[in-house]
Design a protein around this ligand. Structure first.
Ligand SMILES: [Zn+2]
Length: 263
C-alpha cells in the first residue's frame, strides 16, 4: 500500500467512524438504490429508462448551476427534464448549486450553496423539498459532516460498501458504477453481499452512454446490474423511499456526543 492510499484509507475510516447519525435498517433490506450525480441528460433519457424497466426508480443528485451546460460528461439536464423526472417518480436531491467541494469551502459558503440549489429547484418543480444530499466529488471533512448532518435528511459520500444493519445518515456509503461490462462481476458480488446482509446498497454514476466518460457507464452495464439487483433485493428504491421507511419515531440514535467524547 502506498503512503497516499494509506492516508486515504485512514481518512475514510475516520469519516465513517465519527459524527454518525444512526438508524436501523430493520426489515427494509435488501434494497438497492441507483443514483446519478450532477446530472448529464443521458442519466435520465437512457439511465432512467433502464431503472424503470427493471421496476425501480432512481435518485438524481442535481447541481442546479450545471443546468443547460455541457462538459466532459455530456449535455446536462434542462428544466423539462427536471419536471419529467419527478412525474416519472424519480427523486430530485441536492448536490450544491455550483458543484463545490466541502474540503475547500467554509461551512457558511457551502451551506448557502446547498440552500441556493434547494431554492432554485423549488422554483422549477414546486412545493416538495429535497432533503437528501450528496457531496460533490465525494469530498467531505469531519467538521462538515457534523454540521451538514443537522441540515438534511441524509448525506451521501463515495465511501464504498454496504449500508446496514446500522445506517449512518450523515454519510451514506455508495459504490461507483463506472465503465462497461468488465465491471459487472464486481457489481454482482456487491449485490449478493447486500442480499446476504439484508442491507442497503447504493450505486452512483454520471452519464450513461455507449462511449461513456471516465465517470459514467454503458447502457449494457447498467441494464445488467439493475436487472440482477432487482432479482436479488426487495426493490430498487430511491434514497427518499428508503430514508422515509427508516425515520420512524425512536429509531434514530444520536451518537454524535459519544463520538465527540472519544476525540
Ligand atoms: Zn458531482
Amino acid at each position: 500500500m502506498t503512503l497516499r492510499s494509506s492516508i486515504s484509507s485512514l481518512r475514510q475510516q475516520s469519516l465513517c467512524s465519527f459524527y454518525r447519525r444512526i438508524v436501523s435498517l430493520e426489515e427494509a433490506g435488501p434494497v438497492v438504490t441507483f443514483t446519478f450525480d450532477d446530472f448529464p441528460r443521458s442519466a435520465l433519457t437512457v439511465g432512467g429508462d433502464i431503472v424503470e424497466r427493471c421496476g425501480g426508480r432512481a435518485t438524481y443528485y442535481v447541481s442546479m448551476g450545471l443546468m443547460g451546460t455541457t462538459n466532459r460528461l455530456g449535455v446536462h439536464f434542462d428544466e423539462e427534464d427536471l419536471c419529467s423526472l419527478v412525474e416519472r417518480g424519480h427523486e430530485l436531491a441536492n448536490h450544491t448549486f455550483s458543484h463545490i467541494s466541502a474540503r475547500r469551502t467554509s461551512f457558511e459558503t457551502f451551506s448557502k450553496n446547498v440552500e441556493r440549489c434547494e431554492n432554485v429547484l423549488r422554483q422549477i418543480v414546486g412545493g416538495r423539498s429535497h432533503h437528501n444530499f450528496a457531496y460533490p466529488y465525494g469530498e467531505v471533512t469531519l467538521a462538515m459532516k457534523r454540521k451538514m448532518g443537522t441540515r438534511v435528511t441524509s448525506c451521501r459520500g463515495t465511501c464504498s460498501g454496504v449500508n446496514g444493519p446500522e445506517v449512518d445518515l450523515n454519510l451514506l456509503k455508495a459504490n461507483r458504477l463506472y465503465g462497461s461490462i468488465e465491471t459487472l462481476e464486481a457489481a454482482k458480488r456487491l449485490i449478493l453481499e447486500n442480499e446476504r446482509r439484508k442491507g442497503w446498497l447504493i450505486f452512483y454514476t454520471h452519464d450513461v452512454d455507449i462511449e461513456p466518460s471516465p465517470f459514467g457507464c454503458t447502457p449494457q452495464l447498467l441494464e445488467e446490474v439493475a436487472s440482477f439487483a432487482a432479482k436479488h433485493s426487495q426493490r430498487l428504491a430511491t434514497v427518499d423511499d428508503v430514508t422515509a421507511a427508516l425515520s420512524g419515531p425512536g429509531m434514530i440514535e444520536e451518537r454524535m456526543s459519544a463520538a465527540v467524547n472519544r476525540t
